[in-house]
Ligand binder design. Structure first.
Ligand code: ADP
Length: 508
């Protein structure tokens, strides 16, 4: 082998070795890259798996959120329905109207296939059950259900406990009985209570097994039953109050009619009495006047001399006739003033003058008993419109009585006050006084108190009623206060101004 060949061979070997070396190097590098790529691929794979989990989680959460949202919507719509129902049933006090309004709301707002409201006659579920509202239940089914319940169904006993229940929480046996009768898979039952006990039941149910109910639904129906109970209670209370009021009004009306009849009767009797007194007094006055006239004539001796003993008797006839005439005149005056037939001759007068006149007239009686007379009359007392001769009779009667019923050395006071409307006169004495029982009848005609003075002194019991009638004819008032053994005070008012008082329309 020549050198050239050798060198060529060596060169070739070197070249081959270099190529092999480069190839080996490249192979090792590629392997390295492959391993690296594998690692990256694994990591990517893992990331994908992680992302997949996350996506699944997101989808699951989204589904749950949707479900929660749906339930929330349902609850909101339930609350909205409740609010509507509450407003509708609380704004009427008519029981039939409550159910009518409930019907309208239930029809569109409650998402149950079957809705029934039962009520019990006389608050007694055993007596008779009636359906007030029913939706989604045929008439035949309704009759079947009511017939069952009227036999005393266990669900009524459960309701009597006072709480609502549903197919979610109901004992198995009862659940079956209810679902059989009502032909439903799911149901809620809530009793309606008032203060008087259970008066009805709200039933809602769904026939489709998929249309389940929730605890929220049950809560809603329980609140609804509660509100119906309250509304019915209010309506019944109102009805009760309304009925009692009507009864009361009827009673008042009946009593008023009875009283009116009685009053008419009394007025008729009073009129007859007045007419009778008036007629009799008239008839008596004429013969009395002639008796008195003849007695006086006989006394003059013009018809012949008469002995003194006869004269004395004739004098008595005269005095008694005078007394009788006074009595008859008083009686006549009372009935005439009462019926407005005595015209009041109204002029502006001063009460002080009248009192002075009366005192002058009665001075002998004052002196007889050594009585004191004291007056307290304001100087500025205005003149008042009165019939002075009639008002004088009031003072004569009252002061005359005070003299009569006050022991010797006593005092009689006359006080007058006035305001913008009227004068008030009081005539007081330190006399024997009047008991409370007698005070009640003091102004009755012919009433005389039984006391020692009255046994000895004659009187008619007409002075006070007459005085009162005169005061009233002036549109004033008269009353009396007294204490036994201490004294008596008569009070009377007279208005400062008088509209035309008399002649009054004669009473019919
Ligand atoms: P009469 O004086 O004619 O009996 P009256 O009508 O004037 O009739 O009085 C009725 C009764 O009232 C009198 O009988 C008397 O018993 C009682 N009475 C009246 N005024 C007084 C008085 N000032 N004090 C006590 N009793 C009186």
């Amino acid at each position: 082998m020549d050198d050239f060949t050798l060198y060529a061979l060596i060169f070739l070997a070197v070249i081959t070795c270099t190529i092999v070396f480069i190839l080996v190097y490249l192979l090792i590098d590629k392997n390295k890259q492959l391993n690296h790529a594998k690692i990256i691929l694994k990591e990517v794979h893992e990331s994908f798996e992680h992302l997949d989990d996350q996506a699944k989680l997101i989808i699951k959460t989204d589904l749950e959120l949707n479900k929660a949202q749906e339930q929330l919507d349902l609850r909101l719509s339930g609350l909205d329905t409740l609010q509507k129902i509450s407003r509708l049933v609380s704004t009427t006090l008519d029981e039939d109207e409550i159910f009518h309004r409930l019907k309208l709301v239930f029809n569109t707002n409650l998402n149950f296939e079957k809705i029934i409201i039962f009520t019990f006659t006389q608050n007694d579920p055993e007596k008779s059950i009636k359906s007030q509202i029913h939706f989604g239940v045929s008439q035949d089914d309704m009759r079947f259900i009511i017939a069952h319940l009227n036999q005393g169904h266990v669900l009524l006993e459960k309701c009597q406990q006072g709480n609502s229940f549903s197919s979610i929480n109901c004992p198995q046996q009862l659940n079956e009985k209810i679902t059989q009768i009502f032909h439903v898979h799911h149901f809620i039952i809530a009793p309606i209570f008032t203060q008087n006990g259970m008066i009805g039941i709200v039933f809602v149910g769904n026939q489709a097994s998929t249309a389940s109910i929730t605890a929220g639904d049950e809560e809603l129906i329980a609140i609804l039953a509660n509100q119906i109970g309250q509304a019915i209670e209010n309506a019944r209370l109102f009805e009760q109050i309304y009925r009692s009021r009507q009864e009361l009004e009827k009673n008042v009306h009946d009593r008023t009619q009875e009283l009116e009849l009685a009053l008419n009767e009394v007025q008729k009797i009073s009129k007859t009495k007045t007419e009778f007194i008036s007629a009799v007094s008239h008839e008596l006055r004429t013969p009395l006047t002639s008796i008195k006239g003849y007695a006086s004539l006989l006394m003059t001796g013009k018809l012949g001399e008469i002995p003194d003993s006869v004269k004395e008797r004739l004098g008595k006839i005269n005095t008694h006739s005078d007394n009788l005439v006074t009595l008859i005149n008083n009686l006549l005056d009372i009935s005439r003033i009462e019926s407005g037939r005595v015209p009041m001759n109204i002029t502006s007068c001063n009460l002080t003058h009248i009192i002075e006149n009366v005192y002058d007239l009665l001075t002998p009686q004052f002196k007889d008993k050594q009585l004191h007379f004291k007056t307290n009359i304001p100087k500025e007392l205005p003149d008042i419109p009165i019939d002075s001769s009639q008002v004088e009779r009031i003072f004569i009667n009252l002061i005359g009585n005070a003299i009569k019923f006050t022991p010797d050395s006593g005092t009689i006071y006359v006080d007058i006050n006035f305001d913008s409307m009227q004068t008030t006169t009081t005539i007081s004495d330190t006399g024997i006084g009047i008991s409370e029982t007698d005070l009640k009848c003091l102004f009755d005609e012919f009433y005389r108190v039984e006391n020692t003075i009255n046994q000895n002194v004659k009187g008619t019991g007409l002075g006070l009623p007459l005085a009162k009638k005169i005061v009233e004819a002036h549109k004033g008032q008269m009353w009396v206060t007294s204490k036994l053994n201490e004294g008596t005070t008569f009070h009377f008012t007279l208005p400062l101004a008088q509209e035309k008082i008399n002649p009054e329309e004669p009473k019919k």
